[in-house]
Ligand binder design. Structure first.
Ligand SMILES: CC(C)(COP(=O)(O)OP(=O)(O)OC[C@H]1O[C@@H](n2cnc3c(N)ncnc32)[C@H](O)[C@@H]1OP(=O)(O)O)[C@@H](O)C(=O)NCCC(=O)NCCS
Length: 138
């Protein structure tokens, strides 16, 4: 018999279901004067990937309440492919924290490595736009 409480099992299942991958190209129009990906563009993509992951987790209306500690470890050159990977990091009563990594990939070889990472927190809202539990059990 398993010792896992039902809510923990549900969180684990929803967490696995929520993993979100988004692949994009760094084409002109998305870069800055250094010919690398514009940081604001990266943040918008990360917020969107995190939002999709959090929505898949709870299937409730969400708003971003916080983005914290985004590390731009490496600049991302124009003409590369990037992959965003968003995973549920922490589940609160009405909030969900999502960790997002951006991996960069040269178009002409298979190497892929992490360039940017950060966390985004969302709050589930009810019809009156008040915080509401992310899962029924909470
Ligand atoms: C999101 C919002 C409804 C929260 O209202 P609030 O009065 O702070 O709500 P609460 O204090 O009850 O907190 C609700 C949850 O958010 C979390 N939270 C609130 N502020 C936070 C912050 N700055 N960072 C991380 N978590 C935060 C709380 O810890 C709580 O989580 P829990 O229930 O899992 O423990 C309100 O701040 C809001 O409407 N903000 C604007 C959102 C928005 O427009 N975003 C941009 C567009 S999507």
């Amino acid at each position: 018999m398993s010792n896992t409480a039902p809510s923990e099992a549900l969180i684990a299942k929803r967490t696995a279901h929520a993993v979100t991958r988004v692949t994009k190209t760094v084409f002109p129009g998305r870069t800055n004067h250094h010919n690398t990906l514009f940081g604001g563009e990266a943040l918008a993509w990360m917020d969107e990937a995190a939002f999709i992951a959090a929505t898949r987790f709870c299937r409730k209306p969400l708003v971003t309440v916080c983005s914290d500690r985004v590390d731009f470890k490496e600049s991302i050159p124009a003409g590369t492919i990037i992959e965003l990977v968003a995973r549920i990091e922490q589940v609160g009563r009405t909030s969900i924290k999502v960790h997002v990594d951006i991996f960069v990939e040269n178009m002409y070889n298979d190497d892929q490595h992490k360039a940017i990472s950060g966390n985004f927190t969302f709050v589930a809202l009810d019809a009156d736009r008040k915080p509401t539990p992310v899962l029924a059990d909470f």
